[in-house]
Design a protein around this ligand. Structure first.
Ligand SMILES: [Fe+2]
Length: 343
């Protein structure tokens, strides 16, 4: 079996493959590692056949939808998943065939209603149901301590003691465990009675994960993260360096429009000399009147450099094929002591 473990910010993901048939599967891919997965699969001689999310993640951004579009393969999730892009829905006891490998699905709800664990040969991918020295929390949307109790004590812990455990998270750099080691050493599993266990889970008082709302929004709906939206815009435009623009401003060329897309107050307080003001919120409404010549070179800037990237991408879509975004924004322009015009 080909086996690769990836780690980023405490999130663990896995590439598992059959060397005889060159078929592979990715488990819990994270958006920032998207290129690494495809590169690693190529290095291992694998074609990814399935993308699996063990559950609706609330603490990281899943790459399954994006990769499914790139690779033309299904996203596998439990039947109860809210994600509209989960195209291959599975039930407890279902099996996926990946070359000579058999992936057995266990429904292990509790951390979320749609949690699955995946048994492959000598190991189990437990998602966030069972962690190394811990369990998934049950206080996030669709979590349920009673269901987690059953998933752990009536399913996962009944696997052979030497089964290797590969969870979806570990914040201490550990790579894996075994069912036996968790039964004997995992502090959360020492309360073996249902009442004691659920009582403990209800009183953990954990703080909410960072990016909770954005992760749930994107993982549940297939919508984009803000980072994705910005990087897609950035990939569709060219940029201009601040020194380059400063030297062009100093030379006073009139072959270029410098477009300030901030709000009026900010523009009046100080802008790049010669800049034209067109706030981002009015861009589409006033573009025809203010920018009648689509062949002109346009450099868009804002305060930080993000809104200007979106605005430049919009201008390109509208046909302004020479729209560029300033690499940086008015804040950096001021900090570098470059020339500012007020009024
Ligand atoms: Fe999770």
């Amino acid at each position: 079996m080909v086996f690769e473990q990836f780690t980023i910010g405490g999130c663990l993901s896995y590439l598992v493959g059959c060397p005889e048939t060159s078929q592979g599967v990715l488990i819990d891919p994270e958006i920032r590692l998207l290129d690494r997965y495809t590169a690693q699969a190529a290095r291992d001689g694998l074609r990814i056949k399935y993308l699996i999310d063990t559950h609706t993640h609330a603490d990281h951004f899943s790459a399954t939808k994006e990769m499914a579009q790139q690779l033309g393969v299904p996203v596998v999730m439990h039947r109860a998943s809210p994600a509209p892009f989960a195209s291959l829905r599975v039930d407890d006891g279902d099996m996926l065939i990946v070359g000579t490998l058999r992936l057995r699905m266990l429904h292990t709800p509790g951390h979320t209603r749609d949690s699955i664990s995946i048994v492959v040969e000598d190991r189990v991918f437990t998602g966030d149901a069972l962690l190394i020295g811990g369990t998934g929390r049950t206080d996030l949307p669709s979590g349920d301590p009673d269901q987690l109790y059953e998933s752990l004590f009536e399913k996962l812990l009944k696997l052979p003691a030497d089964t290797l455990v590969y969870p979806a998270h570990d914040y201490k750099g550990r790579t894996h465990s075994t069912i036996g080691a968790e039964i004997s050493g995992n502090p959360r599993l020492q309360k073996t009675g249902r009442e004691d266990f659920t009582e403990m889970m209800r009183h953990l008082n954990l703080s909410a994960p960072t990016h909770l709302t954005e992760a749930l929004r994107t993982n549940m709906t297939g919508g984009k993260t803000i980072t994705q939206l910005l990087s897609e815009a950035a990939a569709s435009v060219a940029f201009m360096d601040m020194d380059e623009l400063a030297s062009r401003v100093a030379a006073r060329p009139n072959d270029m429009i410098i477009l300030d897309v901030r709000e009026r107050d900010a523009f009046q307080a100080g802008h790049i000399p010669g800049a034209t003001h067109l706030p981002r919120g009015q861009l589409e409404l006033r573009v025809n009147e203010m920018l009648p010549d689509p062949t002109l070179r346009i450099v868009v800037y804002c305060e930080i450099g993000r809104i200007s990237t979106l605005a430049a991408a919009t201008l390109r879509e509208l046909g302004f094929s020479r729209a560029t975004a300033l690499d940086g924004g008015m804040k950096a322009w001021r900090e570098q002591g470059k020339q500012v015009e007020a009024g």
